[in-house]
Design a protein around this ligand. Sequence first.
Ligand code: HEM
Length: 399
Amino acid sequence: MKKRSPSTPSETPEALRQFHLGTDDPHPAWDAGRAHGPVTLSDHTDRETMHFFTREDVEEVLGDETRFSARCNQEGMGPYMGEILLGKDGREHTTYRNLVSRAFRASALARWEEQLIRPTIHELLDAIAPLGRADLVRDVTAPYPTRVIAAIIGVPVEDHEKFHTWSTLINGGPMNPEAGRAASTAMREYLTPIVEDRRAQPREDLISDIVHARVEGEQLDDEHIYGFLRLLLPAGAETTYREMGILLLALMQHPEFLDRLRRDRSAIPHVIEETLRWESSAPMIARVATRDTEVRGCPIAEGTRVTLSMGSANRDANVYPSAELWDPSHPSDPPHLAFGWGRHVCLGMHLARLELRVGLDAVLDRLPGLRLDPERPVPEIRGTAFRGPETLPVRFEPT
Ligand code: HEM
């Protein structure tokens, strides 16, 4: 295979140079990265990371956990979350994932659809339906998945605003450590009496399962218990609310398609997959090289941190024609990588798809004439590590 070398800073295209520091719109950097090849960039702490942008490169790294470990996620998010599944490798990861994976299987989620997910979205829509206008992010997409994951885990749903705030600050910990640590402490203090209660009196919820789970005969220590809870709440809330905002924005920007979907709902699952491909709410994944190695001819030294831009791989023109367009007539094969791939593939992907499907169906039923508010600026999808519109001011016929 032809040797490739990651470019030096002076050879790096301008669009890529600022990328690692965070930007509202990473697409110009991703487009340049796919054309240019892997690059090494420094972040605000001068730490170097090698970035990969094409589908082939991303698949190779995610497909080989012996050469690329996820333990850097423990280093990055551990200070805010505790001991996390996302930072474990090999058998240890399998053991911990098995403790919670049953609750998130597609078959286990069926009962949540009618008991929890549909009532939650309708309750939120009840509040805005008579008004004829709303901010769909503030009023619907932000509280909806936060309430759902809170109920599944077994924490009081009425505290969803607290979870939403903590989730955002914990996920943003690497960029704003002080706020991230404060949110982590506050969340643990809040959870402690609930964990203690379930220790004494288990219920039918995920906290009870986690508190009473055994690994090699031993109950989990507090670091692992709170690690699970501090990963699951933010992972289940922030990603899905942002993706639902992206989905609704894309549809309102294609009103002819929105009308067609209102009449024929059979395309909803495909529209969701196309939206995840086009713009993923969590578009980057981190790994670290466990040895000196190479990725399709590009040399990588042991210990190098590697960032995979799934948002870029999902727009690789070698895989998807007119990849930059949101177009539900695109085939959904090969599947996108928005939920990652391999060992750490998103634990909550069936839940996320279910929430998006039920949520969109309810919005189409309850908000006739849904359109962007013509008197407000057109919302934009923004962010690097997490993407989505911050607001969605809309109008509809009051009912
Ligand atoms: C549209 C919504 C979502 C997106 C785009 C998304 C994206 C991702 C991605 C890309 C990964 C892989 C990370 C890696 O390999 O380093 C991941 C892992 C994970 N996701 Fe999601 N996610 C979503 C919704 C959810 C939900 C609803 C939950 C609720 C439980 C969840 C829980 C997790 C967990 C626990 C992991 C770590 C799995 C492991 O390490 O084995 N996610 N997610």
